[in-house]
Design a protein around this ligand. Sequence first.
Ligand code: X6L
Ligand code: MG
Ligand code: MG
Length: 148
Amino acid sequence: MPQAFLGLGSNLGDRMKYLRDAVEEIPNLVGISGVYETDPIGGPDQSKFLNIVVELETDLDPRALLELAQALEKNADRQREIRWGPRTLDVDVLWVEGQEAKDPDLQVPHPRMRERAFVMVPLGELAPVFLKDWNDPDKGQVKRIADW
Ligand code: X6L
Ligand code: MG
Ligand code: MG
């Protein structure tokens, strides 16, 4: 089965509960990174995020994974919001083995994942190969606070 990675983040309300509820609903999970507390990047002044990355073994294609991600966000009562503002739950499709998407609403591999330590550091726990040739000065701003 193809491997896929999703990135999850929360910085509003009971952040850990939003992550736990989402993880419980993700099918075919094979790995979950540690939990990272991360400084917010982009957008307005806002509180810190919890970020994790999860690994699936799945036949779902990028579009089906996006639909799963959006269903999880809806379950978390994610509100229509200002761009890059605080959110109960954000789920992004990062990478799907053997697949690419270049649609306006869905780009896989995620085109900016390598610029974001809050994605790359937890991803690297699950799949160190992604860290080859990756170096980011922001690395210090992601703090591993718990095992899953
Ligand atoms: C210049 C302008 C440089 C904008 C960077 C980076 C914008 C990331 C948006 C940027 C820029 C984003 C999370 C977050 C967001 C998250 C943490 C985004 C979308 N999501 N910060 N900021 N964790 N730590 O999940 O990723 S908003
Ligand atoms: Mg995101
Ligand atoms: Mg998103």
